[in-house]
Design a protein around this ligand. Structure first.
Ligand SMILES: [Zn+2]
Length: 338
């Protein structure tokens, strides 16, 4: 029997709602599909029905301490309004907090989904036991978040941590943000596929060309499968990816000097293919990293407070996220409890 929080991860595809105890146990998780074609009011209505249903099941065991909701895109946290979301195109200007609070009759907390994933990893994941950390989420783009002393650092208006738009190629590929050569044009799932297609077009990756021609869903996973089978063309793409990520990390490490940087997102399952180049580049380009490099580069020893020892405490650790897609739910529950 314990008190619990409700956490919501409102994605462009899935709407996930969980009851999580204050000591970090996932009591139950419900996954609905997000009906992006319908009005935000309709989606919020379904969300609130599911929240009320979950609350009803756990209310006898403990008190509901609050609800934390993660939303992709730019959120006006003061007003509780979605400003812009690529995954939820109908939601621009929608007063999401007020709409949910009106239906539930209780106050809720909300934040950007990548920021909540960082809070989740800090509370219970790869940075457990460390108060300050940053997280980089490699997906369609690159999400970023900074947690300082156990709290999300927002900057002036919630835009702190835009790591993906660090320039790594002065005259590089045009980015959706208007800049050229942003890290996310190279070190994201989209960047990986783009670089593979370029290599195919230039004739330097025959095996990739073969894979792409018979695979309608040619993706980061297809490139990874070839890389682990030893295909040089595919391996080279992951090295470019790792190099871009290492360059971006070098800037972040130089600026923030934190104990731990957690890398999450779907592409992280290809860690073995890009991490060696990433660490090499990071070591070469960051004076702060070079001065604080841990003996065990992979950061395997880190993962919880009890195994942070003298060899990792004052070192710069770059580690894989461990909570997967549930990180944002844990972060939402944590936010509600703070
Ligand atoms: Zn950009």
């Amino acid at each position: 029997m314990s008190d619990f929080a409700i956490a919501v991860d409102l994605g462009g595809t899935n709407l996930r709602i969980a009851a999580i105890s204050t000591d970090g146990r996932l009591l139950e998780k419900v996954t609905l599909s997000t009906k992006v074609d319908l009005s935000p009011d309709h989606v919020v209505g379904e969300m609130c029905d599911a929240i009320q249903h979950l609350c009803g099941r756990y209310r006898d065991g403990g008190a509901l301490i609050g609800a934390g909701i993660g939303i992709p895109g730019i959120i006006d946290l003061e007003a509780g309004v979605v400003r812009k979301s690529a995954n939820l195109p109908n939601w621009s200007g929608y007063p999401v907090r007020e709409a949910i609070e009106r239906r539930l009759g209780t106050r809720i907390c909300m934040d950007n989904d990548a920021k909540l994933a960082a809070l989740g990893e800090q509370w219970l994941g790869a940075a457990r036991g460390v108060d300050s950390m940053a997280m980089i989420t490699l997906g369609t783009g690159i999400g970023g978040a900074i947690v300082l002393d156990g709290k999300i650092f927002h900057g002036m208006n919630g835009m702190a941590g835009e790591f993906g738009h660090i320039t790594i190629e002065p005259d590089g590929v045009r980015c959706g943000c208007g800049n050229r050569g942003c890290a996310e044009r190279y070190a994201s799932a989209t960047g990986l596929v783009r670089m593979a297609r370029e290599a195919i077009d230039s004739g330097e990756a025959p095996e990739l060309a073969k894979a792409a021609s018979c695979d309608a869903e040619f993706s980061a996973k297809s490139i990874y499968d070839l890389a682990i089978q030893g295909d040089k063309g595919a391996q080279l793409i992951f090295q470019r990816f790792g190099r871009a990520l290492g360059m971006m990390l070098a800037d972040i490490v130089n600026v923030l000097n934190l104990n731990i940087y957690v890398i999450g997102g779907g592409v992280v399952s290809a860690w073995d293919a890009f991490a060696p180049t990433m660490f090499e580049e990071l070591h070469e380009r960051s004076v702060v990293y070079a001065a604080t490099v841990p003996e065990d580069l992979s950061g395997k020893k880190v993962g919880a407070a009890h195994n942070m020892d003298a060899s990792t405490r004052k070192k710069t650790i770059v580690a894989r996220a461990i909570l997967g897609s549930d990180a944002g739910l844990y972060g939402g529950a944590r936010l509600a409890a703070l």
